[in-house]
Ligand binder design. Structure first.
Ligand code: UTP
Length: 290
């Protein structure tokens, strides 16, 4: 796919507190769904949209991410000499991809993580992918967002309708339907349900333009004491149109235990090697539940 979006920023420097103790010393982004880490799903999704370069924002205890996308000489030799060619192919699948790593020294928030990538972005639009939001690999959300960007030449953010009781976990927009998308009027990070402008939550896929950096540079900490991307977008929308695209497929919040379990079950059921046996197991298991 030919696209105007060539670069993706993958923030991965968060502390992953919802998944402690698993994330105390290992990155949340390396937790596997079936047999691939979360961040690999994000990279493969981006590659399928024509994205060629990745800027991964890392922090303490995140070295495993760099190792995962690096070559692994000893392992490769072992797989070669034992004729495990399919596995060899699998681990080398992304060996042609360019990764740059930037360290966010302190986890000051998503907005700050994105600002850390500024020197690598030049003056071009880019995608931001949060790998703990797993999108069903069969549903081309990012492709659809890029198409909207190409038409409108303005930032595009992914939206999902969430129950009103959950709006306090998300950035929430006030938007007006227009031409199959939402024209964003305003947004607010983690509102109380009674103060929320809607139940349209921002989820972890964004197409942004470099003008966000100037705003992030001046952005003060917001909800949770973090430099919030939503607060910066709220200021950007006063100057330039931002569009929201309502997701049509399935998204899993894999940074949350229940979301992670749902993603694991659903993707295992779609896995050709596992689905038969796993389905049988689930059917038997369901009989024991009430
Ligand atoms: P989350 O809020 O989902 O991740 O941030 P978290 O902070 O790691 O997890 P919890 O909420 O404590 O469980 C969304 C994305 O932004 C990144 C995270 O790594 C995640 O991919 N992030 C967040 C950063 O890179 N830096 C930050 O300072 C904060």
């Amino acid at each position: 796919m030919k696209t105007t979006i060539k670069k993706a920023i993958l923030p991965a420097a968060g502390l992953g507190t919802r998944f402690l103790p698993a994330t105390k010393a290992s990155p949340k982004e390396m937790m596997p769904i079936v047999d691939k880490p979360l961040i690999q799903y994000a990279v493969e999704e981006s590659i399928s949209c024509g994205i060629e370069e990745f800027i991964i924002i890392t922090g303490k205890n995140k070295r495993a991410i760099e190792d995962h996308f690096d070559s692994a000489y000893e392992l490769e030799e072992k797989l070669k000499s034992t004729g495990k060619n399919k596995l060899l192919e699998e681990i080398n699948k992304l060996s042609h991809v360019n990764f740059a790593y930037i360290r966010q020294k302190v986890a000051l928030g998503l907005g700050h993580a994105i600002l850390c990538a500024k020197p690598f972005v030049d003056n071009e639009p880019f995608a931001v992918i949060l790998s703990d939001d797993v999108i069903d690999p069969e549903y081309p959300l990012l492709k659809e967002m890029i198409k909207i960007y190409e038409k409108k030449k303005c930032p595009v953010i992914a939206l999902e309708e969430v129950p009103m009781s959950e709006v306090n976990r998300y950035g929430i927009v006030d938007g007006k339907p227009e031409d199959g998308v939402y024209r964003i009027r305003d947004m607010v990070e983690k509102p109380r349900p009674e103060k929320s402008p809607s139940n349209l939550a921002i989820i972890g896929r964004y197409i942004l333009t470099p003008d966000i950096f100037g705003i992030l540079e001046k952005q003060k900490p917001g909800a949770g004491g973090e430099i919030q991307l939503t607060d910066a977008l709220k200021r950007l929308v006063k100057k330039t149109p931002i569009y929201g695209y309502l997701i049509k497929g399935k998204r899993y919040d894999a940074g949350d235990k229940i979301g992670y379990l749902k993603a694991t079950v659903d993707l295992a059921l779609k896995n050709r090697e596992l689905s038969g046996d796993f389905k049988k197991y689930l059917i038997e298991k369901a009989k024991t539940l009430r």
